[in-house]
Design a protein around this ligand. Structure first.
Ligand code: ATP
Length: 447
């Protein structure tokens, strides 16, 4: 009798190399002809503000169905690959694997929802091993079990996107990625359902990562066909032995679900805060922008850092009294600053009137009046007429901001950030389940 198995793993990589999606692709190569896949491999990004992450806090889940003995074989392959290919010599790499048979317990779904914004302990994740259909394997500290279960517990029932990833030959890891750049610009133009290929505002190619990891390109899009089409249109100048398509929660804003009052904020969470601007924004050394916000429970500093470029310029126009919803990660207090919200996105819900006072004009000669001294009204500098009772005119200065959402440029957005091009897109309702997943996976594995 066939059974369903959900496999999750995480924390296999370090900044020196490797990547959890690469490991997943190697595993899929070994197991795809033994079992059937119920979904594309899932790349689940979790709370991007936790301190343990290497890059984008991504974990992987594979959802398969097969005979018991084949599922056992898959488990062995996963354990063997995670054990032998993880960067375990790195102090911060603490791999973890989770296997969940059949139905995913609702508690694991809740864990996954919380892992999107909160900080969870290894112990809390380990407690799931008491469930009869859950198996957990830790290497070193085994912190990866938090992400492994987080990935399993997110079957991407809501909005989602796809990412096509291609991988380099090991001899090229750490070297410059060679590609005909023009082909990226034309692939971008020919595939309207891919996005974030090029940041035209800063003329920066986004599909090539910069680190020493095995990923050559990552092409994000709304459909499997479109990300594969874009990949077929680019012209790499080095051999790429592997590719895979992941279904993912990237670019869905899934980490922003929880609203907090300021007194309830705590380090490393991803939070939404409704508040009012309480200090005029100013720049500090390093060109970072700081301003504070307040609600009925307290005040907190907000920061937009230098890499967010023109986003800082936009937020610098905020005025005291503006009503905003801030979306951001909480940076703990340190020696030189208090607890701060790192702003990832900001919505303006109300703008105060910006006014200045101007002296009125003389009704005789139309010259601009001058003050006649404190509480003495005005005097015309030309014809000397005095105006004891006249008050200054209040002039409205147009605000340089509009109501609505402000986002950093593409080069400074996080994996989870829903970009402007996806603003009105939600794949929950637009996509039918894909029936030929296994033949697409076979095709990806063979090419
Ligand atoms: P990459 O994106 O390159 O795969 P990474 O940024 O995902 O790397 P990891 O090496 O996977 O970084 O480290 C993230 C660690 O944080 C993992 O051990 C994961 O289990 C753990 N983790 C994930 N989400 C949470 C959370 N909400 N609370 C506590 N720990 C978490």
């Amino acid at each position: 009798m066939k059974k369903v198995l959900h496999i999750g793993f995480d924390d296999t990589d370090s900044l020196r190399g490797s990547c959890t999606t690469h490991l997943a692709t190697l595993i899929i190569h070994e197991i795809f002809d033994q079992v059937s896949f119920l979904d594309f491999p899932n790349l689940i990004r979790l709370n991007p503000n936790i301190p343990y992450k290497t890059r984008g806090n991504g974990a992987v889940a594979l959802r398969i169905e097969g005979e018991e003995k084949n599922l056992e074989y898959c488990k062995e392959i996963v354990i063997e690959k995670v054990k032998n290919l993880s960067e375990v010599d790195d102090e911060n790499t603490n791999p973890g694997i989770a296997f969940v048979e059949d139905k995913i317990p609702k508690e694991i779904i809740a864990h996954s929802q919380r892992a999107m914004w909160d900080v969870i302990s290894i112990k809390e994740a380990e407690d799931f091993s008491s469930f009869p259909n859950v198996e957990i394997i830790k290497f070193k500290l085994g912190r990866g079990i938090i992400g492994a279960l987080g990935a399993i517990g997110n079957p991407l029932k809501g909005d989602f996107t796809y990412e096509h990833l291609s991988y380099r030959e090991p001899k090229n890891f750490g070297t410059k990625r060679l590609i005909d750049s023009e082909s990226i610009y034309s692939a971008d133009k020919e595939t309207p359902l891919t996005f974030n290929n090029v940041d035209y505002e800063y003329n920066s190619i986004m599909i090539l990562p910069r680190g020493a990891d095995p990923v050559f390109t990552g092409i994000r899009g709304e459909t499997v066909e479109e990300v594969r089409k874009a990949y077929s249109l680019i012209r790499p100048l080095e051999k790429l032995p592997m590719q895979m398509v992941f279904r993912t929660n990237q670019h869905t804003n899934q980490h922003f679900t929880e609203k907090f009052s300021i007194d309830k904020l705590k380090p490393y969470i991803s939070a939404i805060v409704d508040a009012e601007v309480t200090s005029k924004p100013f720049y500090i050394e390093g060109s970072h922008l700081i301003f504070s916000i307040g609600d009925t429970t307290g005040k907190i500093d907000c920061a937009a850092y230098e890499p967010t470029k023109r986003f800082r310029g936009q937020l610098s126009k905020l005025l005291i009294g503006d009503k905003v919803t801030v979306f951001g990660g909480i940076r703990p207090a340190e020696k030189n600053h208090q607890m701060t919200i790192n702003v990832e996105r900001l919505k303006i819900t109300e703008l105060v009137k910006n006014t200045k006072l101007e002296n009125p004009f003389c009704s005789n000669c139309h010259a601009r009046l001058k003050s006649a001294g404190k509480n003495k009204g005005f005097k015309c500098p030309k014809c000397s007429t005095k105006y004891r009772e006249l008050l200054p005119n209040e002039i409205e200065i147009p605000r340089e901001l509009n109501l609505g959402e402000y986002l950093p440029p593409m080069i400074a957005q996080r994996h989870l950030t829903k970009p402007q091009v996806r603003e009105n897109r939600d794949n929950t309702t637009t996509q039918k389940p894909i029936k030929d997943i296994n033949s697409i996976l076979a095709d990806l594995v063979k090419n």
